[in-house]
Design a protein around this ligand. Structure first.
Ligand code: FES
Length: 85
């Protein structure tokens, strides 16, 4: 079994949730604009993940990527302590 291709969700036009025709960019915008922190938050904001639920791991991948890109104050503090920006 190969590792999941997490980079595929960097393409904003790629359809992530086929049940509701939601693209990866829309999920990313939802996370950034609404501060969604879970798949339930994303589902409430844009319906992605509320059908067959097969896209939930992919939504979680985007959530993890966005968390890494936009760390909260604790994450920024820990990066500061480690000497990285
Ligand atoms: S593909 Fe997203 S809920 Fe079915």
């Amino acid at each position: 079994m190969s590792a999941p291709d997490v980079e595929q969700w960097r393409d904003p036009a790629k359809t992530l949730c086929h049940c509701h025709n939601v693209c990866a960019g829309r999920v990313r915008e939802t996370v950034a604009a609404s501060g969604a922190r879970s798949t339930d938050d994303v589902a409430r904001a844009c319906k992605a993940g509320t059908g067959c639920k097969s896209c939930l791991p992919d939504i979680e991948t985007i959530l993890e990527q966005e968390r890494a890109a936009r760390p909260g104050i604790l994450g920024r503090f820990l990066r500061f302590l480690r000497g990285s920006r």
